[in-house]
Design a protein around this ligand. Structure first.
Ligand code: ADP
Ligand code: MG
Length: 340
C-alpha cells in the first residue's frame, strides 16, 4: 500500500454565523495516496470547491486537520503555509488565465511570483518544455482569446506544473468542455500522473470523468463523505443512497414511470436539447418527459446525453422516435438497461 500524501481528519467548514450559517463540510476524513488519481464527486453545492480550497488552505477549516506529506498545514503560520502551498497547484473550470499575457507569459507567471526569478531565459525555457508536455509547442505567443477552451486548459495545466508541484488539484477542470475535448484533457492528466508522478485530485460532478481516470473516489453529498473506495467497487455497487443517485443517474425517477419506454439522446454539439422537446410538443403534440439530463449547453449547442420517457401511446412513441432519429447531430436509441 502506498504512502499517504494528503490526510484530512475530521474537517468541518462553516460559513457565516447565526441565521446565515452554512455548514459546508461536516466531519470529512480522507486519505489521498502518493501517485494516485483521487476523485471527489458530488452534485452542485455538495461542498466540493470548499473541500479543495481547504486542502491547500486557501480556506481555513473551522475545525479538523489537513496534513500534507507529513506536515500539518492547519498548524502552520501564513508564511510557512505559502512554502507548502507551492507543492500543490490548482486548475479550474474557468481556466483563470491572464488575458493580457501570452500563453508563454502565463506559464512563466507563477515562477516569477514564487520568487523563482532566476533568469528570464531560464523561465522561458521551462515554459517551452511545458508547452511541449501539454501538446501546444506552437502556441507560445498566442493570447488566451485566440485559444479554444481545451487549449486554454492545457495552458493552465502547463502553468500549474511550472513549479514542479507534487499535487495537482482540479476543480471541475473539464466541466466547460465538450466530450471530445474533455477526453483529451483527461488523457493529458493521466499522462502527467503516470509520467511525472504528480498526484492528481479530481473534483467533479461528472461520473464519467471519475470512471475514466480515477483510481479511488469519495462521494460527497451535502458536505458529508457518504462513501469512498476503489472506483471499480463504488461505481458497480454503491452502498449509500447518495452513491446510488450519482452512479445510476435517473435510476430513482425511472421507478416512477415503469411503463414508459425510454430513449437516450446523445448530443454532439450540432444542436440544442431543450428546443427539441418544445418542438415535438408544439408541432406534433407529443409530450416527452425528461428523465435525466447530463447535458451542457454552450451557446446554442448541446453536448452530453439526455434520457426521455416516450408517451404511453405506441403510435405516438413511434412517431417521436422517428422524429428524434432524424435530428442532425443527435443519436437516439431506445434503452432498457436503466430500468431495474
Ligand atoms: N464563501 C462562502 N460563503 C458562504 N457560503 C459559501 C461560501 N462558499 C461556499 N459556500 C456554500 O457552501 C456550500 C458548498 O459550496 P461549494 O463548495 O461551492 O459546492 P460545490 O463546489 O460542490 O458546488 C454551498 O451551500 C455554498 O453556498
Ligand atoms: Mg464547485
Amino acid at each position: 500500500m502506498s504512502e499517504t500524501i494528503i490526510r484530512i481528519e475530521h474537517l468541518c467548514k462553516t460559513f457565516g454565523t447565526g441565521d446565515g450559517k452554512v455548514e459546508a463540510l461536516t466531519d470529512i476524513s480522507l486519505d489521498i495516496r502518493k501517485g494516485e488519481i483521487f476523485g471527489i464527486i458530488g452534485l452542485s453545492g455538495a461542498g466540493k470547491s470548499t473541500l479543495v480550497r481547504c486542502i491547500n488552505l486557501l480556506e481555513r477549516p473551522t475545525s479538523g486537520t489537513v496534513t500534507f506529506d507529513g506536515q500539518e498545514l492547519t498548524g502552520l503560520k501564513e508564511k510557512d503555509l505559502r512554502a507548502a502551498r507551492h507543492k500543490m497547484s490548482m486548475i479550474f473550470q474557468g481556466f483563470n488565465l491572464l488575458m493580457q499575457r501570452t500563453a508563454l507569459e502565463n506559464i512563466c507567471f507563477p515562477l516569477e511570483l514564487n520568487g523563482l526569478r532566476g533568469e528570464k531565459n531560464w523561465r522561458e525555457k521551462r515554459a517551452k518544455e511545458l508547452l511541449d508536455i501539454v501538446g501546444l509547442p506552437d502556441k507560445a505567443d498566442a493570447y488566451p482569446v485566440q485559444l479554444s477552451g481545451g487549449q486554454k486548459q492545457r495552458i493552465a495545466i502547463a502553468r500549474a506544473l511550472a513549479d514542479n508541484p507534487q499535487v495537482l488539484l482540479c476543480d471541475e477542470a473539464t466541466s466547460a468542455l465538450d466530450p471530445t475535448t474533455t477526453q483529451s484533457i483527461l488523457d493529458l492528466l493521466k499522462k502527467i500522473n503516470r509520467e511525472m508522478g504528480v498526484t492528481v485530485v479530481v473534483i467533479t460532478h461528472e461520473m464519467r470523468v471519475v470512471e475514466q481516470i480515477c483510481d479511488r473516489v469519495a462521494i460527497l453529498d451535502h458536505g458529508v463523505i457518504q462513501e469512498q473506495g476503489d472506483v471499480s467497487e463504488i461505481f458497480t455497487d454503491p452502498k449509500t443512497e447518495a452513491g446510488k443517485r450519482l452512479v445510476m443517474p435517473g435510476g430513482e425517477k425511472i421507478h416512477v414511470l415503469p411503463a414508459n419506454r425510454l430513449v437516450r439522446l446523445a448530443f454532439n454539439g450540432a444542436t440544442s436539447g431543450e428546443p427539441i422537446i418544445a418542438t415535438l410538443a408544439a408541432q406534433q403534440g407529443i409530450c416527452l418527459n425528461i428523465i435525466s439530463a447530463d447535458t451542457r449547453t454552450i451557446g446554442d449547442k448541446s453536448f452530453g446525453t439526455m434520457v426521455l420517457g416516450l408517451p404511453q401511446d405506441e403510435t405516438e412513441a413511434a412517431r417521436a422516435l422517428i422524429y428524434l432519429r432524424e435530428i442532425p447531430g443527435v443519436t437516439a436509441e431506445e434503452v432498457t438497461d436503466l430500468v431495474q
